[in-house]
Design a protein around this ligand. Structure first.
Ligand SMILES: [Zn+2]
Length: 248
C-alpha cells in the first residue's frame, strides 16, 4: 500500500480552442510553447506530415495533396494557421473569374511543365529575386504593399499588452505603425509620433543570430528615416529594455 501525504498542488491548464471548419473538428492546443511545437510531431504520427531529405511533405486539407515545406517552423505555422497549399489558395482567390476550359487546361499544363523542370524553377526564383533589386520594380512593389490591408496586422504575443502598459504611463504608442520610403517598407511595433519614440518588442525569435542581423539593418533604416529621439528595444527573453541610440 502506498500513501502519499505530500503537498497538494493546484494545476491550471489553459487551452486555446480553434475551429477547423475544413476538417470539422475542434483543435485544443495549450498555450505552452513547447506543446505548440508538438503539433508537428503529432501530425507526423498522423501521416499528415512526412519528413524527408528535402524537408517536410505536408498534406493539404483541401486537396489532400502533399506539398514540400522546408523547415519545421514552416510546417508548424502551416498547421497552426490551417494554411492550404498554394494551388488551393490560388483557386480560392481566383473564384469568380470565368476562364474557359481550354484556357484553364493550357494554364494548368504550362504550370505543370514549368514546375516539373528544375531549371525553370531556378530561373523563376532567380528572376523574382533579381527583380526586387531593380529600383523601379522595387518601388512599384512597395507602393502596392503600402496600400495592402493585410500587412502590418499581425502582432507578437504580448505586444499589445506591452504597448498598452506604456500608454498608461503617458505615451501614445501606435501599434504597427507603417513607415516607408521608395525602396523600404516596415511596420514598427510601437511608435509615439508626438515624442518621436520608437518601441520595438523583440519576442523570442529575435534572439536568433540570423534575425539579429536583419533587425540591425532594419533598425538602421528606421533611425535614418525617423531620426527618433529614443529607440527602445524590449527583449522578451531577458525582460530588459534598452535605448539603442548610442549618442543619447
Ligand atoms: Zn490543396
Amino acid at each position: 500500500m502506498f500513501h502519499f501525504f505530500g503537498n497538494i498542488y493546484k494545476v491550471t491548464i489553459t487551452y486555446q480552442v480553434r475551429v477547423n471548419s475544413e476538417r470539422n473538428i475542434l483543435i485544443f492546443s495549450d498555450l505552452c510553447m513547447d506543446n505548440r511545437k508538438n503539433i508537428v510531431k503529432s501530425e507526423i504520427l498522423n501521416d499528415n506530415v512526412i519528413k524527408n531529405d528535402s524537408g517536410y511533405s505536408v498534406k493539404c486539407f483541401i486537396c489532400n495533396n502533399y506539398r514540400i515545406l522546408k523547415t519545421r517552423e514552416n510546417v508548424r505555422r502551416a498547421l497552426k494557421y490551417n494554411r492550404n497549399c498554394n494551388s488551393c489558395t490560388r483557386s480560392i482567390i481566383q473564384t469568380g473569374k470565368n476562364l474557359g476550359e481550354r484556357c484553364k487546361l493550357s494554364m494548368s499544363l504550362s504550370q505543370k511543365r514549368r514546375y516539373a523542370n528544375v531549371e525553370e524553377r531556378k530561373k523563376t526564383s532567380y528572376s523574382v529575386k533579381k527583380a526586387m533589386h531593380v529600383p523601379e520594380i522595387r518601388k512599384k512593389h512597395i507602393q502596392a504593399l503600402t496600400k495592402s490591408r493585410w500587412l502590418g496586422m499581425s502582432v507578437d504575443l504580448g505586444q499589445i499588452d506591452f504597448i498598452n502598459k506604456w500608454n498608461r504611463l503617458g505615451f501614445h504608442f501606435e501599434p504597427n505603425y507603417q513607415i516607408h520610403t521608395e525602396n523600404f517598407l516596415c511596420y514598427l511595433d510601437g511608435y509615439d509620433k508626438e515624442k518621436n519614440v520608437v518601441l520595438e518588442y523583440d519576442s523570442l525569435y529575435h534572439s536568433k543570430n540570423n534575425q539579429k542581423q536583419k533587425d540591425l539593418v532594419r533598425q538602421q533604416k528606421i533611425v535614418e528615416i525617423l531620426k527618433p529621439k529614443r529607440f527602445w528595444r524590449y527583449n522578451l527573453k531577458s525582460k530588459s529594455i534598452k535605448n539603442v541610440l548610442h549618442f543619447q
